[in-house]
Ligand binder design. Structure first.
Ligand code: GLV
Length: 310
């Protein structure tokens, strides 16, 4: 009997994923939930935010694959089957994220918002560029995505500090770890890049008190999860100018509701949660590898630790 992988995502194209996965595993039967004829043939679920009760019919499920890097929406559910849960761990996804972070940091480091405004005003406004080594950037969170971004920023010559909950070593990056160094990481951040996963420990971690540790006029970039930040506190800091600019790809509530004060702040760049996306061609290689491992009785790679929440 062929093994079935059931697919669910409102954001990703099923046929593209099916073709990419079948290129790796031609024998795998890949279906949308509504096309599954025999629920007992389903061994794998590749899902992004499936509806409640989604897993219930699949009694022979052997692995859940989160169709994304962040697993917060999955691990908060109370209907998870008792099988290994994995997330995407794809170097191309990390590179795409590092590219977005680099764009956002360079935009500030090279004063682009100043020139955007000057152009609107029809003014030739010269601001002498700074040497990147004098621009202090802090990356909060040094997981796969965070460490790739920190490395890329260091490669561009920025003065990069990285902070993580446990010790890390990255060439060219000053790595801090543990709660006792968290304030120092914030104080060092002319440009702060938030790349922390959303867990019970990190939710609302960046509140008014923490944001006030940033140097006056700091720039704020969030590409991980909106709920790591106290959004009203961020709005207040952006309104007062305490934080001078923000690039926000993620929000407490998505889509960002109409009328939210962030929409009208002139010093905020809003993008609709796409800094990095799941890439079928490269992610399928990792997914197929995990399916092969499971078939051999091995533990999958990039397995979620439910106690840690990521
Ligand atoms: C997107 O936010 C992801 O977690 O992959």
């Amino acid at each position: 009997m062929p093994e079935t992988l059931v697919f669910y995502s409102a954001f990703d194209d099923f046929e593209t994923w099916r073709a990419a996965l079948n290129a790796e595993l031609p024998d795998l039967d890949i279906r949308r939930a509504e096309d599954v004829e025999d629920p007992l043939s389903v061994r794998y679920a590749l899902v992004w935010k499936p509806p409640a009760g989604f897993f219930a019919p699949y009694a022979n499920l052997g692995m859940v694959i989160n169709l994304g890097a962040g697993v917060d929406s999955l691990v908060q559910r109370n209907d998870l089957p008792n099988v290994p849960i994995t997330r995407l761990s794809d170097p191309n996804m990390s590179r795409m994220m590092a590219g977005f972070v680099l764009f956002a940091v360079l935009r500030y480091a090279r004063d682009i918002p100043v020139f955007e405004q000057a152009q609107r005003d029809g003014v030739w406004k010269y601001v002498h560029p700074r040497d990147p080594k004098d621009v202090r950037v802090t990356v909060l969170g040094l997981g796969e995505l965070g460490s790739t971004a920190a490395r890329e920023l260091a490669r561009q010559g920025f003065d990069v500090t990285g902070w993580a909950r446990s010790p890390k070593q990255i060439d060219g990056v000053t790595c801090l770890s543990g709660a006792e160094t968290f304030d120092d990481a914030l104080k060092a951040a002319e440009i702060l890049v938030v790349m922390l996963p959303s867990t019970p420990q990190t939710r609302k971690l960046l509140g008014e008190d923490q944001l006030s540790l940033l140097p006056a006029g700091a720039k704020f970039i969030n590409v991980s999860r909106g709920d790591v930040v106290d959004q009203p506190a961020l709005v207040a800091a952006l309104t007062s100018g305490r934080i001078s600019e923000a690039t926000l790809d993620v929000f407490e509530v998505e889509p960002l509701p109409p009328g939210d004060p962030l929409w009208t702040l002139p010093n905020v760049l809003i993008t609709p949660h796409l800094a990095s996306i799941a890439l079928p061609a490269s992610a399928s290689i990792q997914i197929a590898e995990n399916i092969r491992r499971l078939r051999k009785g091995l533990d999958p790679l990039a397995k979620i630790d439910l106690a840690k929440g990521y």
